[in-house]
Design a protein around this ligand. Structure first.
Ligand code: KG4
Ligand code: ZN
Length: 341
């Protein structure tokens, strides 16, 4: 079973080929960072147009890398949501057209489920059950995962997502776009002792998050302290320490509450080295293990879509809808239908 995966939910065009017996055969990515950088954020219309330009050549390249042809594909998987409607439509239209031309089924994949399952692409994948911390630009969730499609939401952000907080903080410190990596770079030269930011919602029970107050705290600190490069680095450090600490406290609580001994980190913020190291400590101190996708599969990519498409391939026969789901809750997902090998 060979699956082509197409990701176009936001500002990366991703294409990959996943083979059920041989694993990932090829993956290609085009990042739109340069297109959006001067606007300081993703411009949806420009994102859609760039997907239109880049998707077809990327599909050709991925098929060449995988030494395969369209005729050898069994299923075409694409991101159906959540994401930007126009950007999603480019992937959906391309995938459905290709599937129609090749007389193969297509399947619309949930972007956050694909992130959640991305660690299964690695050499030592986590067994079920695990607790997953999903931290992306649009979502911050803790999910108990009993199997594919068997998700229990343990907690989520009541306002901004962690990635969004990184992006806004970078913007107001003038650190550039995309925000996460910019804050991480600045924080590396920051003094951890100069400022201390609050750890929101850690003083009460529960597994929900709130990050919008941290952004305000950053703003006030920046206004009161000036904009010398060292000050900005110190603020970036205080902000990152607060986010990492908050996520770590909630992850520890989630492991405690569920009694689960495996912690999975996925989504763009999972590329943050300080977070990865801190969560490794949290898990190891409890005798638990931590699993992450390689850094390039934390942020958006086609490999996770091809892989999720393979897991859900049997459903493709019945998936005829040409639509997208810009808002799509993950809790409603069901386990995949059984599939022939
Ligand atoms: O998963 P993703 O690529 O796209 C969404 O599905 O949203 O996540 C993007 C988010 C952005 O907010 C970006 O700033 C953040 O992940 N991010 C990071 C890092 N790399 C990406 N945040 C902190 N540290 C990083 N190294
Ligand atoms: Zn994503």
């Amino acid at each position: 079973m060979r699956v082509l995966g197409i990701e176009t939910s936001c500002d990366e065009t991703g294409v990959a080929v996943y083979d059920g017996s041989r694993g990932l055969l090829a993956h290609r990515l085009h990042s739109q960072v340069d297109t959006h950088a001067r606007y300081g954020g993703v411009v949806p219309e420009l994102a859609s147009r760039d997907h239109v330009r880049k998707l077809t050549p990327l599909i050709r390249e991925a098929l060449t890398d995988a030494e395969t042809t369209g005729a050898e594909l069994d299923v075409i998987a694409y991101t159906r949501g959540p994401g930007l409607a126009g950007a999603l439509l480019v992937g959906a239209a391309t995938a459905r057209s290709l599937a129609f031309a090749l007389e193969r089924p297509a399947i619309g994949i949930h972007h956050m489920e694909a992130h959640l399952l991305a660690p299964l692409l690695e050499a030592e994948p986590p067994a079920f059950p695990f607790v997953a911390l999903l931290v992306s630009g649009g979502h911050t969730m803790l999910v108990q995962v009993a199997g594919v499609g068997r998700y229990r939401l343990l907690g989520e952000s009541v306002d901004d997502a962690a990635g969004e907080a990184f992006d806004k903080t970078a913007k107001l410190l003038g650190l550039g776009f995309p925000g996460g990596p910019a804050v991480e770079r600045a924080a590396a030269g920051g003094d951890p002792g100069r400022f201390r930011f609050p750890r929101p919602m850690t003083d009460r029970p529960g597994l929900d998050f709130s990050f919008s107050g941290l952004k305000t705290h950053t703003l006030h600190t920046a206004e009161a302290s000036g904009d010398a490069p060292q000050t900005r680095a110190d603020i970036a450090r205080a902000f990152q320490d607060a986010v990492v600490d908050t996520l770590a406290i909630k992850c520890r609580r989630a492991l405690e509450q569920t009694g689960v001994q495996r912690l999975v980190i996925a989504g763009g913020v999972g590329a943050n080295t300080a977070l990865r190291e801190r969560l490794r400590e949290v898990a190891e101190r409890r005798g638990a293990r931590v699993f992450y996708p390689r850094i390039e599969f934390c942020t958006d990519n086609g490999a996770m879509i091809a892989h999720a498409g393979w897991l859900r391939a049997a459903e493709a026969e019945h998936d005829r809808a040409f639509d997208v789901a810009p808002r799509w809750a993950m809790e409603g997902l069901q386990p995949p239908a059984r599939r022939a090998a």
